[in-house]
Write a protein that binds this ligand. Structure first.
Ligand SMILES: C[S@@+](CC[C@H](N)C(=O)[O-])C[C@H]1O[C@@H](n2cnc3c(N)ncnc32)[C@H](O)[C@@H]1O
Length: 212
């Protein structure tokens, strides 16, 4: 972000989840706002981000009535747009919140060929007095990537389990780039290390033209 927009001061994180990126961006000197559709995520974020402004809203429809130097949508959140029309609407709405000369940075979800399904995974982790184990199955269903995940949590007081199901759209790089173009942004794709999905999409809004 600094390399592309050195003067950037304001940053909007859409699909901010539990606010970990907001903490980092704030520490880096940005004046931040977070948006997420999930009240539970925002409650967790609230405990983490101090007085940073948090707003409940959907990618496709939120309207803050403000534009930012930088808008980010990270960690595959855009994949929750499960139709091409929703993808275009979401990128369009993110772009509407980017000021003149600003940056829209999107970390896409997997492309169809990168979705290695069917697959099962198992993971566990422990942090202090909390231990978590989770198993997942991933399949392709109706052209979407679906994964179902069973999590079991242990603390000294109790153990409990829950299951979550996620359905995400699998789009080609070209489809993302076309959505940026439709939104009036010129987009550049940046590859990351192998295994890091589709990399990063950087969309720039041209600076306001100078008065003649
Ligand atoms: C994979 S998490 C990413 C969270 C955070 N950006 C990160 O990198 O850790 C996806 C987030 O997107 C949110 N989300 C899912 N669908 C959404 C939608 N339609 N509009 C806004 N947020 C949405 C979820 O509530 C969740 O917090």
């Amino acid at each position: 972000v600094r390399a592309q927009v050195p003067s950037a001061a304001t940053l909007l994180d859409v699909g901010c989840g539990t606010g970990r990126h907001l903490v980092e961006f704030t520490a880096a000197g940005f004046d931040c706002v977070g948006v997420d559709a999930s009240p539970e995520m925002l409650t967790t974020a609230r405990a983490r981000v101090g007085d940073t402004s948090l707003v409940e809203g959907d990618l496709r429809g939120f309207d803050l009535g403000a534009r930012f130097d930088v808008v980010v949508c990270l960690n595959g959140t855009i994949g929750y747009m499960t139709t091409s029309a929703d993808l275009v609407d979401a990128i369009g709405n993110l772009a509407r919140h980017v000021g003149d000369g600003g940056l829209l940075l999107v970390e896409p979800w997997f492309a169809p060929a990168q979705w290695l399904a069917p697959m099962v995974t198992a993971e566990s982790a422990k942090d202090g007095d909390v231990a978590v184990a989770r198993v997942s199955r991933a399949i392709e269903e109706d052209g979407m990537g679906m994964f179902e995940r069973l999590c079991t949590i242990a603390t000294p007081d109790r153990t409990w389990s829950f299951t979550e199901v996620h359905r995400l759209g699998l789009y080609e790089l070209d489809e993302y780039l076309a959505a940026f173009e439709t939104a009036g942004l010129s987009a550049v794709h940046e590859s990351l290390a192998p295994g890091r999905g589709l990399g990063i999409l950087n969309g720039r809004r041209p600076p306001a033209s100078l008065p003649s």
